[in-house]
Design a protein around this ligand. Structure first.
Ligand SMILES: Nc1ncnc2c1ncn2[C@@H]1O[C@H](COP(=O)(O)OP(=O)(O)OP(=O)(O)O)[C@@H](O)[C@H]1O
Ligand SMILES: [Mg+2]
Length: 418
């Protein structure tokens, strides 16, 4: 099968987006449009009030384009149209259309990553250098390691590299990790000691003949618990010439503690001043803050992108400028404070939902779990998730799949205990 991006170029994404607007325009009746507007977070209402009525789906999307990052618009629309397949255009569901568009767009590397051009180039150079077998990206939570790894993966994918991605958040056991990798090769084992499991995996890896990048995302939990095993594993994969077509990309909160030939370590730093400001300006729209307040937010967030996005969504949901008085307190290293503001900016009902969801056992969960935990139907659950995502307190993995950022999960759980 030919890959999608061969049929698709950057110009097409613009056309496709216009096409989607047109289809929504044709499809949504006035009462439905009103309902959609009602469902979308009231944070952007103030903007609409100033900029005239929304009379069509196109007006609505144009308004959203002035208030949200592009990925957030797609996610919002997908959630709104997610619960019903009644919205179709020539037999195709609008939800599916939006989701396909979102996918194709990312395949082309049109993501919302801000700054990080240097890091992307460095990483690609390191990975394409035949002397190297992999990179280990490390840095504190929320700096964007996962987003960066995804971005690099997309770039490699468009150079005909196969990507095998494993999210290891909360995986603490080495055998579980190997089993998870084996499952990707459709090898399912329930028993076996570490040695046997590893050998089975090595056998599978040796069979890989095309350029492949294996992404081990968020390895820190396992690295902390099974550091010795991870070291041995990395050594084995990096030392042998048998795994030639394989490159590794690993993200972690902690540094790899050995000097390993062929492994390039890349420490992710906070965003540059200008990128941080750019991200803040984009995420805080339609609100315009004075220079001083913006600087104050940037200090609070330590230029950590997750903190910037959290605080922006919190600021957007305050009603009057008076509520922004907290911005005058000069908080340093404010990740926790940023989470707290974001949490406080949720409605009481959404806070209750978030609290309930935080007790799910895994940091990744799907909509079925949301429905079961909150005792909601499909539609209600989707709308709750849409709101939590727009407040940045829940992250979206793909359609109906979500995860918590560990810092946020920790914050909510601590609150519940105290
Ligand atoms: N450069 C960036 N531009 C825009 N958004 C960003 C950027 N970096 C990170 N983000 C956003 O910040 C949030 C956190 O990013 P991400 O999950 O990649 O962080 P992380 O470093 O992997 O965190 P953790 O260590 O907890 O896994 C995400 O919502 C992501 O989209
Ligand atoms: Mg991550």
């Amino acid at each position: 099968m030919m890959d999608l991006e061969h049929h698709f170029n950057a110009m097409d994404t613009v056309d496709c987006w216009e096409d989607i607007k047109q289809k929504l325009d044709d499809e949504l009746k006035p009462d439905e449009l009103e309902r959609v507007i009602f469902l979308i977070d009231p944070t952007i209402k103030s903007y609409w009030e100033r900029n005239g009525d929304i009379r069509s789906a196109r007006d609505l999307i144009n308004a959203l384009e002035n208030c949200m990052l592009f990925e957030d618009i797609l996610s919002t629309l997908e959630h709104i149209f997610g619960y019903t397949n009644q919205h179709t255009y020539e037999g195709q569901s609008l939800r599916k259309m939006i989701s396909d568009y979102s996918h194709n767009r990312r395949r082309l590397g049109c993501s919302n990553i801000i700054g990080r051009e240097t890091e992307i180039t460095q990483a690609i150079d390191a990975l394409t250098n035949t002397k190297n077998k992999g990179i280990w990206i490390y840095g504190m939570g929320g700096l964007g390691k996962t987003l960066l790894a995804n971005e690099i993966s997309e770039k490699l994918f468009s150079r005909n590299t196969t990507i095998l991605k494993f999210d290891l958040k909360q995986v603490t056991n080495f055998d579980d990790f190997i089993k998870r990798m084996l499952a990707k090769f459709e090898v399912y084992t329930t028993s076996g000691d570490t040695m046997a499991l590893t050998s089975t995996l090595m056998f599978q890896l040796k069979r890989i003949t095309c350029d492949t990048c294996i992404v081990l995302d968020n390895i820190e939990d396992m690295y902390e618990c099974e550091g010795g095993e991870v070291n041995k594993f990395v050594e084995r994969c990096f030392d042998s010439p048998a795994y030639m077509p394989i490159k590794w990309m690993i993200t972690s909160k902690i540094k790899f503690d050995k000097d390993m030939h062929g492994l390039v370590q890349l420490e992710l730093q906070p965003l540059s001043k200008s990128s941080a400001e750019h991200l803040l300006n984009l995420s805080i729209r339609p609100i315009e803050l004075e220079h001083e307040k913006r600087q104050c937010i940037l200090v609070m967030t330590g230029r950590n992108p997750l903190a910037i996005r959290l605080i922006s969504s919190a600021v957007k949901s305050y009603k009057s400028n008076d509520d922004l008085s907290f911005l005058n307190t000069n908080l340093q290293n404010g990740m926790k404070e940023c989470i707290e503001y974001a949490y406080r900016s949720l409605t009481e009902a959404d806070r209750v939902h978030l609290n309930s969801l935080s007790v799910v056992e895994t940091s990744q969960f799907d909509l079925e779990i949301v429905k079961a935990v909150l005792e909601k139907n499909d539609q209600e659950a989707l709308l709750i998730m849409m709101k939590l995502i727009n407040h940045q307190v829940v992250q979206r993995i793909c359609y109906r799949q979500y995860c918590f950022h560990p810092l946020i999960l920790e914050y909510v759980r601590t609150r519940l205990v105290s």
